[in-house]
Every structure is written in C-alpha cells, then in structure tokens.
Design a protein around this ligand. Structure first.
Ligand code: ARG
Length: 464
C-alpha cells in the first residue's frame, strides 16, 4: 500500500492537505479493494449507458473499456499500486484510469457519485457471494442426504432435555439438519432477490441532471429493477443487515449441529467417529483427539452474531441520505461472508464422512425407557384412556428403575400386574425396531419414511 499523499479528490475546496493520520483513518481501500471486479463491472455499464444517451462518444467508450480491462488485469496479477491517498477502491481505479486513458477517464464519473457507486458495488459483490454460499449449502445438504441414506435404519436415542426420550433413526436426525439448511438457503435467496435493484442513477442523493437510462444500466448489470427513490438508493443497507441476519441463523444452525457432534464424539457418548482429518491432537496430552472443526464453527457463530448487531447499530441513527458511517458496513459484511463460506466448506467436507457407531447408539437407546410412550399408545389402542395409560406405564417404569430393567426385560406376568389388558403382542411395541417403525407418517422417524423424505428432499432442493 502506497502512503504518498497526492492532490486528492475535491481538494480545490480545501485550503490545506488532509492530515496524514486522518487520511489513513478515513481510507477504506485496504478492505474495499476486494470489490474491485464489481467496481469495474459497474463502471463498464455506466460508461456504456452514458454512450447510449450521447453523453460520451464511442471513442471515449472504447478507451474506457480498454483501460478498465487493463486495470482489472493489473489488480488480478498483483501489479496495481493501491494508494491510501486515493482513499477507496473507487478513487484508486478512477485515478489509474485517467492515468491510462486521459480525459475520458475524467468523464466517467458524469452523472454518478461514489454514494450510488459503492451501493451498487456492494450489491453486486454480495450477490455473487450469496450464490457461492447457497451452492455450498447445497453441497452440504447433498452430504447430509448421503449420510441419512446410509443411516436410515440406524437406531439411536432421541433426546429431550438431553435425556433419552424415544428411539429415533439416525437418518431421521440428520434430516432435521437438512431442514435447517433448506430454510437457510431460502432465506439467503430471499435476501438476494430483494437486494437485486440498481442504486446507480441516485447519484449523490437527489438524482442527476443527465437523462440517464437507468433501466439499461440495470439490464447490463443483471439487476431486476432500479431503486425507486434516490435518497433510499444511496442510504439503504437493509440488504447487508438481512444478509447478516440470515448468516447468523445459518451459523446458529451449524453451531447446534456442532454441539451435537462434540457431545456424540466424546468418550461418554461415543456415538460417532469424526475422521482424523477433521480433528487435532493436544500438545501435552498424547491420547487426545479433539473435534476442532465443530468447536471452531460453534465459536465463530459469536462473531457473526456480533456483526449483525454492529450493522444494526451502525444504521440506527443515520439521517438520510449517505453518511460516512456507511463505510463501516464493509468489514462486518466481509467477515460474515468469509466466516459462513469457511464454515460451510468445512461442514460440507466433514458431514458425509461421519461414521456412526451403531452398536453404541443402539445400546444407549435401550436405556432410559425409550419405549415407554409406545407402551402407553399400545394401551390406548386396547381401549384405555391416554391419561390412565400414562399412569400404568409410569408405575411399570418405577418398577424398572427399582429393579434395574427395561420394560422389554419384564415378564408378561409382571406387566399384566399393571394392567390385565396387556397381552403377548406387547413385546412387538417394546422393541426399538417396532417403536421407530410405528412412526410411519410424513415427518416421522420410521426408516421407510426416512427413505421417502430423502427422495422428496432431492426434489425440493431442485425447486429452489
Ligand atoms: N468509501 C466510501 C464508502 O465505503 C465510498 C463512498 C464515499 N462517499 C462519500 N461521500 N465520501 O462508503
């Protein structure tokens, strides 16, 4: 980064050069340069539109397009001399353009302000990053379906209050994760759709005196429409907040999944094995294998939640229209993008590689009277009102606790001691297999339903 001072923008109005510290303090080029492609793309479209309405001539346009191409290459190849004196990505590129093509470069900013320029750049940039995030969510979802298919029949305890509640299939549990991701993808797409309107033409705040063809610029840049109010066009950052909100929820989901993976891979649960490539050892304890990836994702959720609060706070007191405060939107936004893309990538790689320790899961489901509700339902089917059935089973469970046995380990006689309507067929419902197979409806845990849900999920993914 070059530090040299230059006769920077609008200096004709100012009687002394900007203080060196203030120059560095107010500059954004160190972080907004990552939007250089979008800035150049926006300038190409603006130049074409200005030519179409006769503000630029064809010669200017060709020079500008050539210059912009050259700058894009220089930046991509790391040969571009970014300067703090030029403050931000927009001024750096414009200054270099003028260096390369002369007066045409100075004409590019006709009918445009950095206020509508930056609002356009962020939207273009975020649009492409949302597309990337959604494709990573899709990859993760495919991995989840792959694992769910493999584990459609695997029985594990389902929990409430982290206490064994009822048996479920592991495949069914994984499909719950799939649903979270499905909503996240749809929320991000929703944000992208609402964001896809063009601010250019709003100029500094009030619009411009040139007869701009805004719809043409929008069409060139792939926007669905133009912002309908210039004051709003330059000052609106709802989309950044929406994106961070959608990302905070996405991270919250990944964090909840992480928590389960951490618990399940502990020696005490021992339900799953996370392949070594997603874990690390300890520098002091030779026996350790730590689930670093889920732990880190759980931890990174905090920073994204923080970015959401940053942006809300950034916007809450700003009068219309643009204020320099808005420059502070970028770092939280960019860090949110990096965090969700990294977390999704790690998850998409890791999830299909999870190995289920089926025996341990099964044994855990045999504890804690997981089929007690099945016994109650059985009694209801035989004519007992549910509340009475609940009471009968409660007494049977008390005996189980006292004698250290599961319901399925009691004799028919013993069970009949609690209710004489119990007969031999009770043992069909007391098995774990019988219990999960009986929950055979849309959204239920039966292996048959899990297989059907996987098929449906593949279709639903295509729909979005
Ligand atoms: N770097 C600025 C930002 O990120 C660009 C817009 C500057 N506009 C202005 N009037 N100073 O918001």
């Amino acid at each position: 980064m070059s530090q040299e001072s230059s006769n920077k923008l609008s200096s004709a109005r100012l009687n002394e050069p900007t203080d060196a510290f203030v120059e560095a303090f107010t500059a954004s080029v160190e972080f907004d340069q990552r939007m250089y492609r979008e800035d150049i793309e926006g300038s190409r479209a603006h130049a074409r539109m200005l030519t179409k309405i006769g503000v630029l001539n064809d010669e200017d346009l060709q020079a500008l397009l050539k210059g912009l191409d050259q700058i894009e290459t220089e930046i991509a190849e790391g040969r571009f001399n970014w300067s703090i004196a030029q403050e931000d990505v927009h001024m750096n590129i414009e200054a270099r353009l003028t260096e390369i093509v002369g007066d045409a470069g100075k004409r590019l900013h006709t009918g445009r302000s950095r206020n509508d320029q930056v609002a356009t750049d962020i939207r273009l940039y975020l649009r492409s990053q949302i597309a990337l995030a959604i494709s990573e969510i899709r990859r993760l979802q495919r991995g989840m379906l792959e694992l769910a298919e493999k584990e459609a029949d695997t029985i594990m305890p389902g929990f409430t209050h982290l206490q064994v509640a009822q048996p479920v299939t592991f495949g069914h549990h994984i499909l719950a994760w799939f649903e979270m991701m499905q909503r996240d993808a749809s929320r991000l797409q929703d944000c992208a759709d609402r964001m896809n309107v063009l601010p250019l033409g709003s100029a500094a705040l009030a619009g411009t005196t040139y007869p701009l063809d805004r719809q043409y610029t929008a069409q060139l840049l792939g926007f669905d429409d133009v912002c309908r109010n210039s004051l709003d066009g330059v000052s609106d950052r709802d989309f950044a907040i929406e994106f961070c909100a959608a990302s905070a929820l996405l991270m919250t989901h990944l964090s909840r999944i992480s928590e389960e993976l951490v618990i399940w891979s502990s020696a005490q649960f021992n339900f799953i094995n996370l392949p070594d490539r997603f874990c690390t050892g300890s520098s002091i304890m030779p026996q350790k294998k730590n689930p670093d990836v889920p732990e880190l994702v759980r931890g990174k959720t905090g920073r994204v939640n923080g970015h959401l609060v940053s942006l809300l706070t950034l916007m809450k007191s700003q009068p219309l229209a643009y204020n320099k405060d808005n420059q502070e939107d970028k770092e939280p936004l960019f860090d949110t993008i990096d965090t969700i893309l990294g977390s999704l990538r790690a998850f998409a790689d890791m999830i299909p590689a999870i190995e289920a320790k089926k025996d341990n899961m099964y044994k855990a489901a045999q504890q804690g009277f997981a089929t007690a509700t099945d016994l109650a339902d059985y009694l209801v089917r035989k004519g007992l009102p549910f509340r009475d059935a609940h009471d009968v089973v409660g007494r049977a469970v008390a005996l189980g606790v006292e004698s250290g046995r599961d319901l399925s380990e009691m004799s028919l006689q013993e069970l009949q001691g609690f209710s004489e309507i119990i007969s031999e067929d009770v043992f069909d419902v007391l098995t774990l297999e019988g219990s999960v197979a009986a929950r055979n409806h849309i959204g239920g845990t039966a292996p048959e339903q899990v297989r059907q849900a996987i098929e449906d999920a593949r279709q639903r993914m295509k729909g979005l």
